[in-house]
Design a protein around this ligand. Structure first.
Ligand SMILES: [Mg+2]
Length: 229
C-alpha cells in the first residue's frame, strides 16, 4: 500500500462555523477601511484575496492595500478568537468528518494536512473550536501566499519534511468543496476529491473535473476506497 498525503480544505469541507469567519472578516474590514466588504463570494478563495477584492470594490487606492490588508487580517484574527471563545451550537463538523479523521489518523497509509484559504492562525482557531486541530500537523495556508494554487507546493514540501516521506504529487489527494480546491489540486499535479457539502452541488463540481465527487464525507468505506487508490 503506497502512502497517501491527504490535504483538506476547511470551510464547508470539514467544518461549518455558522458564519463566524465572514462575520469577523466583514467587521474587521468595516473598522479598518470604513467601508463594507460587499459583493465578494468567499467560497474557495483565500482571505487576503477576498480582502483585496473588497478593497478594489470600495475604490481604495492600491497604494494603501498592503497596509490595510495586514491591519484587516490582524483585526480579523483577534475578532475570530473572541467570537469562538463563546460557544455557539450552530458550529459543527460536516457529516462523516469525525470518523473519517479518526480512521485516517490511525491508518499507516495516510498522512493528513491542510490546504486552505485561511491564515494558519485562523485555520487553527476554527479547527480547535471543533476539536479536530490535532489531526493536522502541517498545511499550506493563505498566510504563506494569497494565491490558492501556490499553496499546494507549500503544503507538499512541509509534509515531506514533517512526515519524512518523499511524497510525489500522484500520492496526494486534495479534499474540498469548491472548484478552487480542485484547481489547486490540479496545479499541484494531485487528485481532487470534491464534496458537495458546501454551496456547490455535485453537477457543478463535476465541471472542474475532480478525480472523484461525493455528496459529503459520510460514507466512510467509500471515502476510504477513493483515497486509498
Ligand atoms: Mg471550502
Amino acid at each position: 500500500m503506497e502512502t497517501r498525503l491527504i490535504l483538506f480544505d476547511i470551510d464547508q469541507t470539514l467544518v461549518d462555523m455558522a458564519g463566524a469567519g465572514m462575520r469577523c472578516l466583514r467587521r474587521a474590514f468595516r473598522e479598518v477601511c470604513q467601508a463594507e466588504l460587499d459583493g465578494v463570494v468567499p467560497d474557495g478563495r483565500t482571505d487576503p484575496a477576498i480582502l483585496r477584492e473588497g478593497l478594489a470594490a470600495a475604490r481604495i487606492p492600491p497604494g494603501r492595500w498592503a497596509d490595510l490588508e495586514r491591519e484587516c487580517l490582524e483585526r480579523y484574527a483577534e475578532a475570530l478568537e473572541v467570537e469562538l471563545a463563546v460557544p455557539d451550537p450552530g458550529r459543527h463538523l460536516k457529516p462523516g468528518v469525525q470518523p473519517l479523521l479518526e480512521t485516517l489518523s490511525e491508518a499507516d497509509w495516510a498522512h493528513l494536512g491542510l490546504l486552505t484559504g485561511n491564515l494558519e492562525s485562523t485555520a487553527r482557531l476554527k479547527l480547535r473550536a471543533l476539536g479536530i486541530e490535532h489531526h493536522f500537523p502541517v498545511g499550506g495556508f493563505a498566510s504563506d501566499c494569497s494565491n490558492r494554487c501556490s499553496l499546494g507546493p507549500v503544503a507538499l514540501e512541509r509534509a515531506r519534511r514533517h512526515f519524512r516521506v518523499p511524497f510525489q504529487p500522484p500520492q496526494v489527494w486534495v479534499v474540498g468543496d469548491t472548484a478552487h480546491d480542485v484547481q489547486a489540486a490540479h496545479a499541484l499535479g494531485a487528485r481532487a476529491l470534491a464534496v458537495a457539502s458546501g454551496r456547490y452541488p455535485v453537477t457543478v463540481l463535476e465541471e472542474s473535473r475532480p478525480a472523484a465527487v461525493l455528496a459529503d464525507l459520510s460514507d466512510l468505506p467509500r471515502v476510504l476506497n477513493i483515497l486509498r487508490n
